[in-house]
Write a protein that binds this ligand. Structure first.
Ligand SMILES: Nc1ncnc2c1ncn2[C@@H]1O[C@H](COP(=O)(O)OP(=O)(O)O)[C@@H](O)[C@H]1O
Ligand SMILES: [Mg+2]
Length: 426
């Protein structure tokens, strides 16, 4: 740990990388458009870096953790003044603002900055976090909306006022559902009185799929302003320049704390934990409650003679088996051997055959819903009894829990993802 004291001239900049704690002695500083005066303290997370700007001659004291650092940016290197200028213009008469940019381009930081500037002008501000991978407002695999009632330096300082479940942490396979959900959340924020809604997005920008997806998002939202952050956006910028949309282009921070794949996974684990820790166990019966995304419980049950025949082929007890269109899903007490499984596939040529076991479901991420299938929040499957249909789910949103939507993410006991899921698990 190191303590550094600095005197900053009015208008000067300092780059601080966390973990760090910043204390203002005298004067006034701004971090992402949030203003801090004498006596303020600010904690900077280890995975983030910031430009600190002195609004007056100021004295600050920075406590740096092991990997923390503090440096003066070279002239022309910092983008913060450009960001502040664009933010002032973008919020001038409220409405919807969407940010698009690559991974680590600065979207989330600029979203916070725009929200802070709008807030300082007395606006009622909401942020919609459309990034299912590096979700900050709500948990990963969800898109979420949070009102901003005090300045924030990281969107994780907000909490979700509404969420929609996407079920994966990669946007590609769920692009359509993200477009619909983000739009619903923007409309909900406006219904609840927001006059400025800032939409943060994921960093998937390269290739035709990404272009189509980002344009679908923009077309669906019809935002007053689009902010393009950092490099790699020429194809999108070209198309937007032929429309009557107001488009702003800003640079990415030249030097920033970038996060490795593993760090992103850990950041996601922290994000899941924020919304999943604690809670209580609720009982959902898949035979009479809405359970979405379960192959076993969505299909037509097979007659008992057929179930017995499958049991005989697999050499393990079959608890339930069903068929939905060309998919046969068998819930077995334990995992059958490879050979037995291929015998079953031979017996059902032309079908997709899945064999699932109760232990596959443990730690599966779900969204808990009310009777009208509205997401209340996340939950984790504790156990599943295929014979009775009872699924136990641990969640903080137990109060009006009536159903679940099954996700494609499984977590271990530390909320770390255990690989991605393909096919049927329940
Ligand atoms: N002005 C700045 N100077 C230095 N680092 C910055 C600045 N603005 C943002 N960063 C850092 O850059 C990294 C990427 O920013 P982030 O807003 O999370 O990008 P994105 O949401 O596009 O992935 C983060 O570590 C963030 O703290
Ligand atoms: Mg981000």
């Amino acid at each position: 740990m190191r303590i550094v004291e600095r005197r900053l001239e009015k208008g000067s900049l300092l780059r601080i990388t966390g973990p760090a704690m910043l204390m203002v002695g005298t004067g006034k500083i701004s971090v992402l458009g949030a203003v801090y005066g004498p006596g303020s303290r600010l904690v900077l997370h280890k995975c983030r870096s910031y430009a600190v700007k002195a609004l007056e001659g100021s004295e600050i004291r920075v406590t740096l953790g092991d990997e923390g650092s503090l440096e003066e940016p070279r002239p022309g290197e910092e983008v913060i003044d450009q960001w502040l200028e664009v933010a002032e213009r973008v919020v001038s008469d409220g409405g919807r603002v969407i940010l698009i940019g690559g991974v680590e381009s600065g979207k989330t930081s600029l979203t916070a900055l725009i929200a802070n500037v709008a807030l300082s002008q007395g606006r009622k501000v909401a942020v919609v976090d459309g990034d299912v991978g590096q979700a900050d407002v709500g948990p990963p695999a969800f898109v979420s909306m949070g009102f901003v009632d005090k300045p924030v330096v990281w969107l994780r300082d907000l909490s979700a006022d509404a969420m929609r479940f996407i079920g994966t942490v990669a946007p590609g396979p769920a692009a359509g559902s993200i477009v619909v959900s983000v739009r619903e959340l923007v409309e909900e924020a406006e219904r609840r009185g927001a006059d400025t809604v800032v939409v943060d997005t994921d960093g998937w920008i390269s290739g035709m799929g990404a272009l189509v997806y980002k344009l679908a998002l923009i077309r669906s939202l019809q935002p007053a302003r689009v902010v393009l952050v950092g490099p790699g956006l020429e194809p999108l910028a070209n198309i937007l320049s032929r429309t009557n949309m107001e488009v702003y282009t800003v640079g990415s921070p030249a030097r920033r704390r970038e996060r490795s794949r593993e760090e992103r996974r850990i950041l996601r684990a922290e994000g899941y934990k924020r919304y999943l820790e604690g809670g209580e166990t609720v009982r959902i019966n898949a035979l009479d409650s809405p359970v979405l995304g379960s192959c076993v419980f969505s299909g037509t049950p097979l007659p008992s003679e057929e179930v017995e025949a499958i049991s005989a082929i697999l050499g393990v007890k079959v608890l339930r088996a069903s068929r939905l269109s060309g998919t046969l899903t068998v819930a077995a007490e334990s995992r059958p051997g490879r050979e037995a499984l291929s015998k079953l596939r031979d017996a059902y040529p032309g079908d997709h055959v899945y064999v699932v076991t109760p232990s596959d479901a443990k730690g599966l991420l779900v969204a808990v819903t009310d009777r009208s299938l509205r997401e209340l929040g996340p939950g984790l499957v504790v156990s599943i009894d295929y014979e009775s249909g009872v699924i136990l789910v641990r969640t903080r949103y137990s109060e009006s829990a009536e159903g679940i939507i099954v996700g494609r993410v499984k977590l271990d006991e530390n909320y770390v993802e255990m690989g991605r899921i393909t096919g049927c698990v329940i």
